[in-house]
Design a protein around this ligand. Sequence first.
Ligand code: SF4
Ligand code: SF4
Length: 303
Amino acid sequence: MTPLVTNIQKYSIHDGDGIRTSVFFKGCPLRCVWCHNPETQKCTNQLLTSNEKCTGCGYCVPACPNHAIRIVDGKSQTDMSLCKVCGKCTEVCPQNIRETAGREYTVPELVKELRKDEMFYEESGGGVTLSGGEVMAMDMDYIEALVKKLYRFGITVTIDTCGYAPYENYQRILPFTDTFLYDVKVMDREKHRKYIGADNTLILENLEKLSADGARIYIRIPTVKEVNGTDEDMRQIIDYLLEKKIRVAQINLLPYHNTGSSKYARLGEQYEGNGLTAPSREEMEHFVGLFEKAGFHNTKIGG
Ligand code: SF4
Ligand code: SF4
C-alpha cells in the first residue's frame, strides 16, 4: 500500500540539522499516550472535523453520500462509523472546518515537491526528514525508492523513528540515510508497555544493530514526568547507552506538551494523556547535567 502523507512541513528546525522539510506519513505500530500527531496513527485516510466554528448551515448534510452527517442543536454531527472519508463535505463547508488527513503521492511527485526547498537545504546544512507515523513500518519499496532518489539529488535524509520495525527495513535505507532521530522513551518494560503500547525489546535491539552498522544517531527522549521523569529513569537510559556502547551523535530531551490533544476530538477519538505533565525547566536542565556528567556532551533540550 502506498503510504499516505498527512503533512509536508517546510522550514522545520526541530527535526534534525539545518532547515528541513519534514514529511509526515500515516501509520504507526505504537500508541504513545501523549502522541501529538494522532492523525498519523492509522494508515488509512481520516476525516477531521470540529463543531466550534460550525454555523449549522447544513450544506454538508446533502453533500454526504453516506448519510453520515446530521444537524443537532444547530451544529453538524458526523457518525464516523458511516463516514467513508470521501471528502465531499470538505468541499462545501464555508467554514473550512472539515478536512481529510492522508494524501497519496507517487515517489516522483513527492521528490518534485521536496526539491522546491533545495536552496534552503544547501544554505543551512538541512535536508528532508521523513517522519510520521512510523516511516520504517511503511511499504519499504516506496520508502527505499524515495530515499535513494533524494540521495541521488544530493539531498540528505533524516529518518525520525520509534524503532519498532523489522531491522531489514533499516538495512535497506541505511547507506542513503544521513541521520536517524531514534526515540528511546523509557527502559522499564512495564512502563513502556503501559504508556507506549508495546515492549521495548525490538526497539533496543534495532538501536544496537544500527549503532554497530555505523549509523549516525540522535537519541530523542520525549520527557514526561509520569513516564520517565525521575533520575532513576534517566540513569537507566544512560547506563544502557554506555553499556551497549551506542554511537550517539546527539541527545535531545523533548519536554512533553499537549499541543496535539485537540486533534483527538476532531478525529472522534479520546486523548488519554490528560494526566501527563512536563518536567520544569530546572528539572530538564538537571537531566541534561546527568547526561553530560556521563560523557554525553552534545545533550540538548528540544529538537
Ligand atoms: S468525508 Fe464523505 S462520507 Fe465522510 S462525512 Fe464527509 S461526505 Fe460523508
Ligand atoms: S457545512 Fe460546515 S459550517 Fe455548515 S453545517 Fe456543515 S460543518 Fe457546519
